[in-house]
Design a protein around this ligand. Structure first.
Ligand code: AMP
Ligand code: MG
Length: 340
């Protein structure tokens, strides 16, 4: 794609509220950097501070297990195992099991072994580059989630392959924080883990949480939706990309079938469901699949909903969101196609 894309990854909040919990409820917030992103957590009600500390500790614990760069993490150990079996924590095993199932279910649009390709394009550092066709072909030999073996807590990854749970880790973290908060008796909270937003209950006054979808072409918002007790996860080309010497835009979401940034016609996909892990996995996968394949996939499953914004300026929403989603800003006048 050339041309229209926002100028820089934006830090606009996705939660469209001035005072998240409302004027009458005690509101506690924490912001911190983890998993390569800014996390902003809001817990409504008494004892929120202790709950927030527990949430941050939990995120750091998961980051320590799932990080691809931290030498002590489960994923790092597997990636440097030379093909030997590695025992991983129950969290890593749980997430990997679910992620591998979603890789299969999406026909490999999600592939947790695409990391060598992500690295070759420079998305793990700041030295972006367009790899040669030969480099891509050679690296693709080592991309195939079906060769990852997980039995109980024992993970075996063939030598040369590398795992990266970056496409699903924030969604899993969201699910984990929601259970932690429920166990502590919290009934109202909104957790923003980068583009991964998780709503616990509704706002204290009973109104829904209002979550924005960033405008992938501009600075503001393209739409907003209202949710209760749901996760909302967006994958967007605008979140991380570089412009090649030829003016071409290359973003961080790869099509594992080609070893190149996915050019499916989608520029932003937001998935809504009661599982943050599913939302995170599918927002990445539907971005790879594009409008037609995404609609087909949704019709076969129907246990989630999505909003897909196209490179050509079109917008689609599945029928479950037709009443709760509306286009905003520069997208407001456009046609919103309802997928049913
Ligand atoms: P997300 O922001 O959740 O869409 O995840 C994108 C991140 O996951 C990228 O920055 C890569 O590290 C990794 N990734 C890119 N493409 C894929 C893919 N097709 N399957 C799995 N992980 C991917
Ligand atoms: Mg994702």
């Amino acid at each position: 794609m050339k041309g229209a894309l926002r100028a820089a990854a934006s830090l606009l909040p996705a939660v469209l509220l001035l005072c998240a919990c409302g004027a009458d409820a005690a509101s506690h917030t924490a912001s911190f950097l983890a998993m390569d992103t800014l996390m902003e957590l809001t817990v409504c009600g008494r004892d929120g501070e202790a709950a927030l500390t527990a949430c941050e500790d939990r995120v750091r614990e998961l980051e320590g297990l799932l990080s691809v760069t931290d030498g002590g993490s489960d994923i790092y150990r597997a990636n440097h195992s030379g093909g030997d079996p590695v025992t991983v924590s129950p969290d890593t095993a749980d997430l990997l099991r679910e992620a591998l199932a979603l890789c299969a279910d999406t026909g490999g649009a999600l592939d947790v072994t695409v990391y060598p390709i992500v690295k070759a394009w420079g998305f793990t550092g700041d030295a972006y580059q367009v790899p040669s066709d030969e480099t891509i072909a050679a690296l693709l030999e080592n991309v195939d989630y079906r060769r990852v073996a997980l039995s109980g807590g024992v993970l075996t990854l063939p030598a040369g392959m590398e795992l990266d749970l970056g496409a699903v880790a924030k969604g899993y973290a969201g699910d984990s924080l929601l259970s932690l908060l429920r166990e502590r008796g919290v009934s109202s909270a909104i957790l923003e883990l980068g583009g991964s937003v998780h709503a616990l209950g509704s706002r204290p006054d009973g109104s829904p949480w209002r979550i924005a979808v960033q405008d992938p072409e501009g600075e503001g918002y393209a739409g907003a939706l209202e949710v209760r007790d749901l996760s909302v996860v967006t994958s967007g080309g605008y979140q991380r990309y570089f412009v090649g010497e030829d003016g071409e835009i290359w973003w961080h979401i790869m099509d594992p079938a080609t070893g190149r940034p996915a050019r499916s016609g989608a520029i932003s996909v937001t998935v809504v469901s009661d599982s943050g892990t599913v939302c995170d996995a599918l927002s990445t996968a539907l971005f790879v699949m594009g409008p037609e394949r995404s609609a087909e996939y949704w019709r076969a499953r129907r246990d989630f909903d999505y909003v897909l914004l196209g490179e050509d300026g079109t917008a689609q929403v599945t029928e479950g969101l037709a009443d709760s989603f509306s286009l905003l800003g520069g997208w407001a006048g456009r046609t919103l196609e309802v997928i049913s």
